[in-house]
Design a protein around this ligand. Structure first.
Ligand SMILES: [Zn+2]
Length: 318
């Protein structure tokens, strides 16, 4: 049982653990404290978002939607390994769960099956949403998984908790399945594995643990095929694209904007109004930069960000 950490103390703890942090909006004061209690806190809860693009997932977790207002968690674990902080205080992530599970978390003993929904979890748990489709096929890049472990470990370390204070949403609320799916090169995301990794992280000083330290990552396959050729061409050339341009570079950009910031534009190969709007959004969200052209120019800075995001997430191209 613990008094919630302040936003500043939590931020310092995340950074000490080696996490790269994105501070989104007014996250420090963004919460649902006007709707109910936050604290005393007893543990950390892990979720997957059922979505795939980082920027739109972060935005959704901050804002929520009409039937479930945000914040929907405290941290969002992006595919690129960055932790986006979207709220601090009560958040809509845990819903009602099993009081027997809460008792086990408080005592840090093995969990019973969750078969009741009689206890307010939003008052009791820090929440992390990991960006993943949740279809058991979408993979967790190593950097993303490591950030999730470090997020949980940072909070446990600060409160003096052990790994048994960390649970999955599926262990809390009957009917939930999150988190699940394959970790790149490291088998399935189970809560048993996750807790073992939190334990290993806590056994070391903050900032020292890594997954690759315990098992080498598989070597990258050699580039081949049309997609890889396009990838390399963009890397080498990074052409400045302008409104009205028509070529495959534009189509490639459109496909990847859909994938990375989710504007849902038509892939036409023509730099049209919808593309300009999406480019403007991409610069604002990913480069913190307001374009003066309304997104009608896409240059090398944009390409570099697109390429790093594509490479750092699934390693495949849209
Ligand atoms: Zn969940």
């Amino acid at each position: 049982m613990a008094t919630p950490l302040s936003a500043a103390a939590a931020l310092a703890a995340f950074k000490a653990e080696g996490i790269k942090v994105q501070e989104y909006g007014n996250w420090r004061t963004h919460n649902r404290n006007h709707k109910g209690k936050w604290g005393p806190l007893n543990g950390v809860m892990i979720h997957h978002t059922v979505s795939s693009a980082d920027a739109s997932s972060v935005r959704l977790c901050y804002n929520g939607h009409s039937s479930l207002p945000g914040p929907l968690c405290h941290g969002v674990g992006r595919n690129d390994g960055v932790l986006a902080l979207v709220g601090w205080g009560r958040a809509n992530h845990a819903g009602s769960g099993d009081d027997d599970v809460l008792a086990a978390v408080i005592a840090e003993r093995d969990l019973p099956a969750d078969n009741e929904a009689n206890t307010d979890g939003n008052a009791r748990f820090y929440g992390l949403e990991i960006v993943n489709n949740g279809d058991n096929k979408d993979t967790y890049p190593v950097a993303q998984y490591e950030t999730a472990v470090r997020f949980a470990a940072a909070l446990c370390r600060k409160h003096g908790w052990n790994e048994k204070s960390v649970i999955g949403h599926k262990e809390w609320q009957p009917g939930k399945i999150d988190p699940r799916g394959p970790i790149v090169g490291h088998g399935s995301f189970t809560m048993a594995k996750f807790r073992a990794d939190v334990k290993a992280c806590l056994a070391q000083p903050a900032g020292k643990w890594s997954l690759s330290g315990s098992k080498p990552a598989p070597s990258k396959p050699k580039p081949r095929g049309r997609e890889d050729f396009e990838w390399l061409a963009i890397h080498a050339y990074m052409p400045e694209l302008r409104y009205g341009d028509e070529d495959w570079y534009v189509g490639w950009l459109q496909r990847n904007l859909n994938r990375l910031v989710d504007p849902n534009i038509k892939v036409t190969g023509t730099y049209d109004d919808a593309t300009a709007k999406a480019v403007h959004q991409f610069y604002a969200e990913e480069l913190d930069y307001k374009t003066t052209t309304g997104g009608k120019v896409f240059g090398a800075d944009g390409w570099r960000r697109v390429l790093s995001m594509a490479k750092d997430s699934k390693g495949t191209l849209a």
